[in-house]
Ligand binder design. Structure first.
Ligand code: AMP
Length: 525
């Protein structure tokens, strides 16, 4: 006997077992699992009444609210495909993604109605515009809650096969057009189960939504927490004071966040922090976390940080920096260094290799860099309407991540850069992540980014952008000397530019192409 692998199964079970338990907190609203799923059913019925059928696409532009969380059940249980759009993208991107996905219905948080109205003339394929709150009298919008109230909870549940599409998750598209990553029900189910194997989340646990739900389906925590019967605490905007407040008042035990969010928590002023409860389990990914950040969260807050790694294309988790008993004996500084490694294959993700340009595995010496390639059950079905890009990324039967890494003698992999960001200076590879990690240990440095710039003699040379901690000072020479004392001299930055903030994507990645342009202009001056 086989039942299709789909996260909707977790919803069925949670409703039966945990219906009376609190499921979702969003501001002053509190919903039990029964109330939450009833709302999802009503929205499924409303979508079907609008003509949404199996395979149709329904797009969302929304921060982390309960309406956004509802979309991860209400849309797929009708057999339709969810398209959660990054709300920090431009109006042009909204048009591109909505049109490319062929979405029939576009659901928009009130904060983004104006932007969408500005490009409405170009959204010709959209049949229904839904405001996920008051539309404030704007024309052409139907409001979500009145539609739910009018709709009954009955809808037609189509058969769903595990390889049916669940979501189209568009990549951030820093230089090229965003690509639609096709994630199936089976992909998502695998990621949920695999995460639950490594992280023991229980019915007694509370999860804070510091990670955007649109980012790879909230790393599938939209379903993981429900599968466990835990509580979702929605958080539309990440402000350190609010995070610490909720950790205290809702007894938060778990959160996921990109390293940049962790840096902002670690550096929050005492007035924003208050008493920080110990024991919060933090899962971080999206960019490499620095050892210094991990050390501070563990040493000062008594939190436990675990790094995972993956891509939107891989549902998303591939590796975990698995804690081992021998790590417990290390000093916080040594442990920070171990925990900053990317890690090992997750149990259910599949097989990882780090290969050179000929496809040969690099030696396990912590020195030779290669590309991480992967095959297994979490790999995307393909890029939507883009067979060429799909073929390219799957060349030779392996998914090519574009991440450059070394393998240590203990088998732990460590990402050194995106392949395109590796700096080659005088024939030597320089890992920007390694140099950034050293700068982040300087007491005055809050954030750092290294980019490669053309150099007459060396081909390329590293250049640093640094954000100083509030009230702290440091000179360019001091930071260059600091790096030279700790790394081979050719890795030290040739120049440092002090900035108020680093340009980042909504998913916490530093936009190095923006910095490269800025650095080139500074050097030319
Ligand atoms: P996205 O698809 O937006 O999640 O981006 C995936 C990319 O983020 C990967 O290819 C990596 O370059 C980067 N990334 C994700 N997790 C990590 C990690 N733990 N360490 C280093 N880079 C990471």
């Amino acid at each position: 006997m086989e039942t299709p692998l789909t996260p909707l199964e977790f919803a069925r079970r949670a409703r039966k077992l945990y219906g009376y338990r609190e499921a979702v907190v969003d501001g002053s609203l509190r919903l039990t699992y029964e109330q939450f799923f009833e709302r999802c059913d009503r929205w499924s019925a409303a979508l079907q009444a609008m003509g949404v059928r199996k395979g149709d696409r329904v797009a969302y532009i929304a921060p982390n609210t309960h309406e956004q969380l509802e979309s991860f059940y209400a849309v797929p249980q009708t057999g339709a495909v969810l398209v959660p759009i990054n709300f920090r993208l431009t109006a042009d991107d909204f048009v591109y993604i909505t049109s490319h996905s062929g979405a029939k219905v576009l659901c928009v948080h009130p904060d983004y109605l104006e932007v969408v109205d500005g490009v409405r003339g170009r959204l010709t394929g959209v049949e229904h515009f839904i405001s996920l709150g008051s539309a404030g009298g704007r024309k052409g919008w139907k409001e979500y809650d009145p539609l739910l109230a009018k709709s009954g909870p009955r809808f037609d549940r189509p058969d769903i096969a595990e390889n049916d599409l669940l979501a189209l998750n568009y990549t951030s598209g820093t230089t090229a057009r965003p690509k639609g990553v096709m994630i199936t029900h089976r992909n998502a189910w695998m990621n949920v189960m695999d995460t639950l194997v490594h992280f023991h989340i229980t019915v007694d646990d509370t999860y804070l939504w510091t990670l955007p739900m649109f980012h790879a389906n909230g790393w599938t925590f939209v379903w993981i927490i429900t599968a466990a019967g835990g509580r979702h605490i929605c958080l539309p905007k990440v402000e350190p004071a609010r995070v610490f407040d909720l950790v205290r008042s809702e007894h938060v035990g778990w959160l996921c966040a990109a390293p940049t969010v962790l840096i902002s928590l670690a550096n929050a002023p005492a007035s924003a922090r208050g008493d920080v409860p110990k024991g919060v389990q933090v899962i971080t990914a999206g960019a490499p976390p620095a050892a210094a950040t991990i050390e501070r969260l563990e040493g000062e807050f008594g939190w436990n940080v675990t790094q995972v790694y993956g891509l939107t294309e891989t549902s998303p988790f591939l590796t975990i920096c698995e804690p081992r008993p021998e790590h417990a004996k290390l000093s916080p500084t040594e442990r920070g260094v171990v925990k900053a490694k990317t890690g090992v294959e997750m149990i259910g993700a599949g097989e990882m290799r780090v290969v050179d340009s000929e496809g040969k595995e690099v030696p396990m010496d912590g020195e030779h860099m290669g590309e991480i390639v992967f095959r297994g059950n979490v790999i995307l079905q393909g890029y939507y309407r883009d067979p060429e890009a799909t073929e390219k990324v799957m060349a030779g039967g392996w998914f090519h991540t574009g991440d450059a890494a070394v393998v240590h003698p203990d088998g732990y992999v460590e990402i050194r850069d995106r392949i395109k960001d590796v700096i080659i200076s005088g024939g030597e590879n320089i890992s920007s992540i390694e140099v950034e990690g050293v700068l982040l240990r300087h007491p005055a440095v809050q954030e750092a980014a290294i980019v490669g710039l053309p150099h007459e003699k060396w081909g390329e040379a590293p250049f640093a952008f640094v954000v100083l901690k509030s009230g702290a000072t440091a000179t360019e020479k001091e930071l260059i000397d600091y790096t030279r004392e700790r790394l081979a001299h050719f890795k030290a930055p040739h120049g440092v530019s002090f900035v108020n903030e680093l340009p980042k994507t909504a998913t916490g990645k530093i936009q190095k192409f923006v910095l490269r342009k800025g650095a080139a202009a500074i050097v030319r001056q």
